[in-house]
Design a protein. Sequence first.
Length: 308
Amino acid sequence: MRFKGSHIISMTSFSRDMIDHILETAEKMEPIALGKQRSDLLSGKILAVLFFEPSTRTRMSFETAMYRLGGNVLSLGSVDASSIAKGETLADTIRVVDSYADAIVLRHPREGAAHLASEFSTIPILNAGDGAGHHPTQTLLDLYTIRRESHLEGLKIALAGDLKYGRTVHSLCYALSLYGAHITMISPKELRMPGEIINDLEKRGAKVTEADSIEEAINEVDVLYMTRIQKERFPDPAEYQKVANRLKITNDVLKNVRPELRIMHPLPRVNEIHPEVDETVHARYFKQAFYGVPVRMALMALVLGAME
Ligand code: CP
């Protein structure tokens, strides 16, 4: 299976075989990600990091992935300190960075930005989130977490929170449909999963249901995937206030659940998961953040042609 030179823009272009291959490669990377083994697999390779929106996990885990494999990172740094502040277009920025690096990881507030960038780039573009669109590398690490901490085959999962603007759940749903998952959607009515995505998921083989509350679904699922309400995507701040803090997990909510239940969250969290939950047997969100490193190591090794 050849990924060399590929752009990673959206999960819709991934087959199940492709995903399984990335997850298997990530598993081989784990000892290196943990610092237990050394590797020079990407020695001499440079990843350009262009983040037009804030990030902690995605940016730093891509950087860690490169350093752990002996590669280097070239950061645009703050957008205000770059020539974008003088009005340079994304297309021109990509054309220029294309000649400085071997791959580009891009986060941008505009939906479709990564696809646009791929049209001006001769090197792989990795979409690190484009507005409310897609976040495919997050999905791959989510799938990896589910595979390592629960099971992908026959999975029952509830997605709770902002299903309208949350790009991580959009990408994740598409991928889970390849595994025939049963997906329960839980959100305030203003933030429901877009109808066209639900239609697509059903066509692709997923079973989709809706629940009114976390309590209604929590005993029926293997994984509860919480998300943050995406305040920055609301056109009207008053609309955000109406839905903020509606869905929350506390130890009280978890009182009678099965020990096998896994709770995930792409992070950052705001108030959706009380810190007391961190100490329970259910919490997997910090481990999930770590799994971003082996998964992004696998992706970089594959798209740069260091592995097949
Ligand atoms: N999960 C995620 O994308 O986190 P960051 O915004 O910190 O990168």
